[in-house]
Write a protein that binds this ligand. Structure first.
Ligand SMILES: Nc1ncnc2c1ncn2[C@@H]1O[C@H](COP(=O)(O)OP(=O)(O)OP(=O)(O)O)[C@@H](O)[C@H]1O
Length: 259
């Protein structure tokens, strides 16, 4: 097996010899990879290979699950996520997350976005207004909702609700956005809107996305990592992975011989 290559000399995220266990079950094995800033990196591989587990470790979401443990390290800008001085709440502000099933709060569009600011005690009307407009523009939703900011988020279409969740995730200006199959519940038009949006978003942040959709990976990802049974099999530029894979498992997966 060829050693999966590091993507960058000056990466924003470094995963080093990372292993992860749910109780007695080990699901990630010695993952070593880096993620380039201001790029989209796709994690692909068959169901259960550990993509979401790896993604959720980048903002320590897995800490919420009992009886998990890890070995190895993940660093952002050179600093370990597991340094005891790291506050998980501030880590999650720097590393936002969007899920497969869009999950707006049962509140207005406006309140969905300002909710984290209100929780932090920031109630200045000017700051809240600025955050709502900037985040909705960043998520390419402003023009569609600017006249109904105080209506329920549940009145939006599925694609709009997902873009609202993206707006909420970028409200704190994160450095990194983790996306776990963000288009899985959306129709093709809404999917293309989110894909266009990612192209814009990566000017300001780094995106890591889990996707089962091979066409999507080729459309949006600069780099692609293929995982299989908890291991990183191959990692490189998306064009190389899809046109000239170095490993037979990668080739079998991208040509649809197993899923
Ligand atoms: N909370 C959990 N407790 C125990 N095992 C889990 C938990 N979450 C995931 N697993 C197991 O870890 C392994 C990796 O799951 P994970 O969801 O990371 O894979 P995946 O590649 O993202 O799969 P999919 O594409 O189906 O979402 C699987 O065997 C899964 O059953």
């Amino acid at each position: 097996m060829t050693e999966p290559s590091a993507a960058d000399d000056d990466p924003i995220i470094e995963v080093e010899d990372f292993c992860f266990h749910y109780g007695d079950k080990q699901v990630l094995f010695n993952i070593g990879m880096t993620f380039e800033s201001n790029k989209v990196t796709a994690l692909i591989g068959p169901s259960g290979c550990g993509k979401s587990t790896l993604l959720r470790n980048i903002n320590r979401m897995n800490d919420l699950i009992p009886e998990v443990r890890h070995e190895g390290d993940i660093r952002i800008d050179g600093a370990s996520l597991y340094d005891p001085r790291v506050e998980v709440i501030s880590l999650r502000k720097r590393v936002g997350m969007v899920f497969q099933k869009y999950n707006p709060f049962p509140k207005s569009i406006y309140e969905n976005i300002v909710f984290p600011l209100r929780v932090a005690g920031r109630n200045s009307r000017a700051e809240l207004d600025e955050t709502v407009e900037r985040s909705l523009k960043g998520a390419a939703l402003w023009d569609e909702v600017k006249d109904k900011l105080h209506e329920s988020a549940y009145g939006l279409s599925g694609g709009q609700q997902q873009r609202l969740c993206i707006a909420r995730a970028i409200a704190n200006r994160p450095q990194i956005l983790l996306m776990d199959e963000p288009c899985a519940a959306l129709d093709p038009i809404a999917t293309l809107k989110i894909e266009d949006l990612m192209e814009d978003l990566k000017k300001d942040l780094t995106i890591v996305i889990v996707t089962h959709n091979m066409q999507q990976a080729t459309r949006i990802a600069d780099n692609t990592a293929f995982m299989y049974m908890g291991r990183l099999v191959e990692y490189g530029q998306t064009s190389q992975i899809f046109t000239n894979p170095g490993e037979k498992e990668t080739e079998a997966y991208i040509t649809g011989r197993f899923s």
